[in-house]
Design a protein around this ligand. Sequence first.
Ligand code: 8NA
Ligand code: MG
Ligand code: MG
Length: 345
Amino acid sequence: GGPASLSRFRGALVAAVLGDCVGGEFEGAEEVPMESVLQHLNSLDDETKGNGVLEYSDDTAMARCVVQSLLTRTGFDEQDMARRFAKEYSASPGRGYGSGVIQVLKKLSSPQLSDVYQPARDQFNGRGSFGNGGAMRAAPFALAFPDLDDVKRFAHLGAMLTHSCSLGYNGAVLQALAVHLSLQGALDLPQQFISRLITEMEEVEANEATRNDARILKEAEKPFCERLHRVRDLMGKSKVSIEEVINELGNGIAALHSVPTAIFCVLHCLEPRECLPESYGGVERTIAYSLALGGDTDTIACMAGAIAGAHYGIEAIPQSWIKCCEGAEDAHEDAKRLKMLFLQS
Ligand code: 8NA
Ligand code: MG
Ligand code: MG
């Protein structure tokens, strides 16, 4: 489809769920042979195994709260979104939430709470979380708001409900920006895509809070910009090993060590790769490659899935994968409603 077609909205929301569901198998694994990844993905096509359901984790649980809040409130409402996060957590606490964010979610359920951003600010001795929990649920902001400044502003605020460190919320802004650009067809020109992300993040990271957090954590002055430059360098190389990607970009639970990685996975898999089956389309390649990096596989595959799905559209996603993943059918329907909100905004 053309820019911002329904197929792209569906691709983004559904592939994010798939990345989370199929990535759960390897979450936290240090090394994941591609052979194991392909075996796992092949089993999704195996009808004799009865298409067992792969459950979604915190990534999708929280993204669903974001979607429902944006749709119900026809825009961003921090009180409503915070309430939904808290309610979802207390209904299903076993979805694999980060150990820190659980404290925030418990505080958010208190009826006495006057400032919904305060529990997040109190994390880690007042420094806030730099985990990727804000970024993993950022895609819906790009699907709800057509205006770039709205996407940045609301992805930031949405992340701040749990992640008040700039290295956390700026990761969410970057992820939402990547989905926004992909939805517009920007991945047709990969070099311009990465340049555009760098230009945008130069502005996003040009402030005192970012400089301060970066200094304390001994990162570059503009941490995400520096990582995006590394992504661009890796894009220019004819051969890139998995080890190199992990060393340069990371595969961990920090937003800084996973959002640029997810973006690289999408860019690297725009073309067929020797290590991946020829029969695979772009979404399958992107998700398979994300899993082979190990580490925070569900979250990296979820974020890469959202960006890739917005590029290739829903037609690129195998039906057998959708059938196997909890929440994928819901995402297919929710995407349509988000598109209506997008057109209304
Ligand atoms: P979070 O906010 O609890 O952050 C995740 C972890 O990052 C924390 O528990 C800390 O160890 C560390 N961290 C974050 N900020 C700081 C800081 N300022 N100083 C020191 N340490 C810090 O959770 P989140 O929502 O960001 O989640 C991130 C990832 O963790 C997600 O992939 C999520 O799925 C989760 N996770 C869960 C499991 C699991 O048990 N299934 C395994 C790995 C990751
Ligand atoms: Mg998870
Ligand atoms: Mg994870």
